[in-house]
Ligand binder design. Structure first.
Ligand SMILES: Nc1ncnc2c1ncn2[C@@H]1O[C@H](COP(=O)(O)OP(=O)(O)OP(=O)(O)O)[C@@H](O)[C@H]1O
Ligand SMILES: [Mg+2]
Length: 384
């Protein structure tokens, strides 16, 4: 069985995946910290623009540029690492919306363009290209030799699956008849008189867009078609990397029955598609089990108190002891439910995957120190 420390030490790519808000970004950052502790040069690629993460990493900003967190920065927070940690944000905003924004003379024109069916169709088809760029970026980072490990933080699961499939979707788009017709028009500039400036078509189009912008879209299609073979080859390489032995998927879930069910469904989906799932992280586990073991003797004491019904302060003691015993009993029940969730996850994920439990910290992980705490739970021998 591979431990999470083992995954961090041996893989080139870790993909954190899970439904919304379960802690993917936090766990990705903590995996990066754990890698730095092991002396691996790691890069955390996050999709999360939250400033909180940049702050937790001790960075003023986090954008598409790679930012380095030096060992000295860790040391200032009392953490010891053997390698620096790099982080960057993946910008998955639609490239075309940005182009439109730039070219539009006014907000009204921009809104008209954004609502136009042609634009909506083209930009939706090409939305995957931006996700594809993210996968391309992941591939480059994983193969450039600059880093030993790349941790990819993904958007909530439904979108993450889109993300993973984006190389294939782009290939499908290139193969579609509509795309080929458009490209043929764009590339045979001499014959594409319909798209010449001042032509009837362009005058018609200019009602909702500038001819310049439409030409630049066509040019883009044309440019893309020229790199078609390269894209197909690269899509295959990305897919091979994500399915190969250098990659492990880390599914993140909350420790409750619904979230665990969704994590198991995601596990089935990913393994069905041949992606290697290496671990499940049950995050924000309430430390009920520990509380229960502390409380069990207290519950007994409370019962004894109730039985004795001390004459002095009898009513007060009775009330307190009763409240104590009741809440301890409730906690105990919840702890048992959590234990069931953990047990069902262990059974569902099978012996090949590791299950790590990360407790809910008293404060949100907002510093390198707290990310190092999370990292400790991810790699501790207590997980199995
Ligand atoms: N173990 C923990 N203890 C306490 N708070 C936590 C823990 N893990 C995550 N959080 C907090 O929970 C919130 C959600 O975490 P995070 O942003 O990492 O989730 P996410 O899965 O990346 O969300 P999204 O799907 O929106 O990208 C954040 O406020 C984070 O600080
Ligand atoms: Mg996130």
């Amino acid at each position: 069985m591979d431990s999470l420390a083992g995954l961090i030490g041996s893989r080139r790519v870790l993909v954190c995946i899970g439904t919304g808000g379960v802690g993917k970004t936090t766990i990705s950052a903590a995996l990066g910290v754990a890698a730095a502790e092991q002396g691996r040069r790691a890069l955390v690629l996050t999709v999360d623009p939250a400033r909180r993460l940049a702050n937790a990493l001790g960075l003023a900003t986090l954008d598409e540029h790679v930012r380095r967190i030096e060992p000295a920065t860790f040391a200032a927070e009392g953490c010891t690492v053997a390698a620096p940690l790099d982080a960057a944000m993946l910008d998955v905003k639609r490239m075309f919306d940005r182009v439109v924004d730039r070219h539009s003379p006014s907000a009204a024109v921009r809104d008209r363009i954004l609502a136009h069916p042609f634009y909506r169709q083209a930009s939706t088809a090409l939305a995957g290209s931006q996700e594809y760029m993210a996968m391309e970026r992941l591939f480059e980072a994983a193969t450039s030799g600059d880093h030993d490990l790349v941790v990819l933080d993904t958007p909530p699961a439904e979108h993450a699956l889109d993300f993973l499939e984006s190389p294939n979707r782009l290939v499908d788009l290139f193969d579609s008849p509509a795309f080929r017709i458009l490209v043929a028009r764009a590339s045979t500039r001499g014959r594409a008189s319909a798209f010449r400036p001042g032509s009837l078509v362009m005058r018609g189009l200019s009602r909702f867009t500038s001819g310049e912008m439409f030409s630049s879209l066509l040019e883009f299609f044309s440019d893309m078609s020229a790199t078609f073979d390269g894209f197909v080859e690269r899509a295959q390489q990305v897919s091979a990397l994500l399915h190969g032995p250098d990659t492990a998927f880390v599914i993140v879930a909350a420790c409750e029955a619904g979230s665990a069910r969704r994590a198991l469904a995601l596990h089935r989906h990913l393994t069905g598609d041949g992606y290697p799932v290496g671990a499940l992280v049950l995050n924000r586990v309430a430390p009920y089990a520990a509380i229960r073991s502390d409380l069990e003797p207290a519950i007994e004491d409370a019962r004894t108190l109730l039985r004795r019904e001390a004459k002095q302060h009898r009513e007060r003691h009775k009330g307190l002891a009763h409240a104590w015993a009741t809440s301890a009993h409730h906690l105990s029940q919840i702890a048992a439910q959590d234990a069931d969730v953990v047990a069902s996850c262990r059974a569902g994920f099978g012996a090949a995957a590791r299950v790590a439990l990360v407790p809910r910290l008293a404060d949100e992980p907002d510093s390198l120190r707290s990310l190092a705490d999370v990292a400790r739970f991810l790699t501790s021998a207590g997980t199995s």
